[in-house]
Design a binder for this molecule. Sequence first.
Ligand code: DC
Length: 358
Amino acid sequence: MTSDVIAIDGPAASGKSTVARNLSEALGIPYINTGSLYRAVAWKLRKNALDPDTVSPEEVDRILADTRISYEKPAPDAPPDIRIDGVFPGQELRSADIASGASKVATMPNVRAWLLDLQRGMAKLGRIVMEGRDIGTAVFPDARFKFFLTASPMVRARRRLAQSGETVDGATLESVARDIAARDEQDSRRAVAPLKRAEDAVLVDNSEWESHQTLQFMLDKIKEKETMEKETVLNYRVPYADTDQMGVVYYANYLKYFEMFRSEMLIDAGLSYLQMEKEGIALPVIEAVCRYKSSAHFEDRLTITGRVAEAKGVRVKIECEVRCGVRLLADGYTVHACMDMKNNRPTRVPPALLKLLK
Ligand code: DC
């Protein structure tokens, strides 16, 4: 199963919050900054005069059992913000002191386990953007979209220094760079859910980019994945003309159904076959296999599905299945040679077609 989550992980000040907010606006979906949840726990310890360096795990458990965290709108027209035990701490969560406490509580297994449930619960309402350090690795390893955002240490220090209220008074570029490096170290080395890139996350190094470029890059990646995942399903009502003297669909029609499916799949991918031919590329069939499992009758409603199964050199293999409800009627494949129509010679499979490869 996949969770409909856009997971964004990355080190401190890599631009996660900005791009997560921009993505949430562009897509019209909620955005959760999970760093604020760790900050909220640090804030609660501070309110109880507890030091994250010395507090015992039992004491932390006692505090968590008595803590309520939610995302709510502080005012009717304001964006949702974090609420702890009925209070909106707002900017208090952004102080350098709370940031350092958050990095410490983030190493505590009981805090992480407690927040894991809270974070997973937030994805139940539909697609969300969630940013943090372990979203794609621990919170939602099955997230549909994963990004790992990063930028060079100096760029990140410059950005953090420009965020008012996030650094201590008198901070310099060097001192901020040192603080960020210390937090990265703490976040990456902890035993539970350390900061690391999920193997299937798209790496986004935005050192040289403005925020709108980062946003566009990520929107393009999301669109690309959605297009590739969208399975073409062709629905077809069997006409009288397709049946034979036995009253069932004549066997040769299944190859026609395979062909109808191929056209539809290419159109869905924004690649019509007609257009490909106009551009001088043809895909003649060089092999066809159809295995017949069950028969179909006049007015049966067929569903035809399939995929590009192989694309190597000049050959493309497209698999297909024809069903009536859950009953499999036939499955098989066609192999196509990719031809350059100008000189009637085989040519490499076009990149647009390669993208459909599952
Ligand atoms: O992103 P931030 O600076 O607000 O995060 C505060 C701290 O919380 C940071 O040190 C890393 C930690 N954190 C985490 O361990 N896992 C998350 N999913 C989010 C934040």
